[in-house]
Design a protein around this ligand. Structure first.
Ligand code: ZN
Ligand code: ZN
Length: 420
């Protein structure tokens, strides 16, 4: 039930004196203070590793907290315990006749669910239970008209990958703020294949994960298959039959697992009317895996395509269809490519695993998964400056919340102006 201590809340009467001790004497880092208007309090968070200290300074003399500080003096205010299921925890406490301040959980900061236990039951300490809000994943079908092209971001359900692996050499205190990990150290990600519709037909760029994963892998990657690519296509009144071209950025399972399906005991192409367009050198690498990339290249995802005679291989950067051009980035895999979508003088780029989420905008925030991180770095250095300068609309395949936007830079800091 209890997963650990989230924070220890301390009353302080005078923030400068308190900071002189906690920040200067103890040498702890203090986050920018947060005003909680509803409780007339200013909160200073002090991360200390597993748990945080929270200095609570009253901002109005007549507030409850100010009166408490006046009466009891500064000191311990509350202890926050992290729970995975706050409703179950409250039920358990009620069954044991524990006195609760909150019979039902309330919404706290950052969408967390919180409830207080009365100090009389907790031996003099006010105990707060907190269930962190899982960051939502946007599973929507979002369309944008782009010159002669119609671009639609689809989705194939949410999944999670190891946060450390997603950020390579970047330490967790830095990435953990942008992408909070769950209790198994995984961060929330989306899978968003892009549908391109034009006079020449319908192309799907990447195919999501599909349904072939084992129960064990579904658990490891937190694959939630309640809303999938089939639902996304159905929302457009399309189906697997509607796709004429399936283009691979690369052949990792979270990008091309959905290219095949198992029917009865046999594996077959998932899109019966599609040609599967694949860079020949990526096919070579994927079909000759080594110890380092074997878990990413699952042969059942693509070998059946060649057997079925529906593959089209090509070499080098080129125009795949009018307005659709591939450019090799390398880095993530030796032959990883991004897709430029160009029409009416505008450019959109589907960046796949080169910039998997908006937390990866800094050049050096490169995934631990990347086989050739220095190549990723070199490509990002060039590409992101170009994308800012020329205002490319960037489609983020894995970002949980931002589907597409423009990369901007202000005072040396990069951010995304969200469009979808
Ligand atoms: Zn990949
Ligand atoms: Zn990926």
């Amino acid at each position: 039930m209890i997963q650990g201590i989230q924070e220890v809340g301390l009353y302080v009467r005078d923030q400068d004196e308190a900071l002189a001790f906690y920040r200067d004497a103890l040498g702890l880092h203090v986050d920018v203070p947060e005003e909680v208007a509803s409780q007339q309090v200013r909160a200073h968070f002090i991360p200390t590793g597993q748990a945080a200290l929270e200095l609570l300074e009253p901002t109005a003399d007549d507030s409850d907290i100010a009166q408490d500080v006046e009466k009891r003096g500064p000191g311990l205010h509350h202890l926050t315990l992290r729970v995975d299921d706050i409703h179950a925890a409250l039920d358990q406490l009620k069954a044991r006749k524990v006195r609760l301040v909150d019979e039902q959980p309330r919404r706290g900061a950052e969408g967390a669910l919180v409830a207080f236990i009365h100090p009389s039951s907790a031996h003099g300490v006010l105990v707060e239970l907190k269930q962190a809000a899982a960051p939502a994943v946007r599973l929507e079908v979002q369309t944008i008209a782009f010159g002669d092209l119609q671009l639609t971001a689809l989705h194939d359900g949410p999944f999670r990958l190891d946060g450390g692996a997603m950020f390579g050499v970047v330490p967790r205190p830095l990435w953990g703020k942008k992408a909070p990990p769950d209790d198994r150290h995984r961060i929330q990600l989306a899978m968003r294949p892009l549908l391109v519709e034009a006079a020449w037909g319908r192309m799907l760029i990447d195919c999501g994960v599909g349904e072939k994963m084992s129960t064990k892998d579904r658990d490891i990657y937190a694959l939630d298959r309640s809303r999938t690519l089939d639902d996304a296509l159905a929302a457009l009144r399309l189906s697997s039959e509607s796709i004429e071209i399936a283009l691979a950025t690369h052949l990792h399972w979270d990008h091309f697992g959905g290219a095949t399906e198992r029917v009865g005991g046999a594996l077959q192409p998932r899109f019966p009317n599609a040609r599967y367009v694949i860079r020949a050198a990526e096919w070579e690498d994927a079909t000759h895996p080594h110890e380092r990339n074997r878990a990413s290249y699952l042969q059942d995802d693509f070998v059946p395509l060649k057997k079925a005679g529906v593959t089209v291989f090509f070499d080098g950067d080129q125009q795949i269809r009018p307005g659709v051009r591939v450019v090799r980035t390398g880095g993530h895999t030796g032959q990883h490519q991004v897709v430029f979508l160009e029409s009416g003088g505008r450019t959109a780029v589907f960046v796949a695993d080169m910039i998997p989420t908006v937390a990866h905008l800094e050049n050096a925030w490169v995934m631990g998964y990347d086989l050739f991180p220095m190549d990723t770095l070199a490509f990002k250095r060039r590409f992101i400056s170009e994308a800012i300068e020329r205002e490319y609309l960037i489609f983020f395949e894995h970002d949980p919340l931002i589907t597409a936007g423009y990369i901007r830079e202000k005072d040396g800091r990069r951010y995304v102006e969200q469009v979808l």
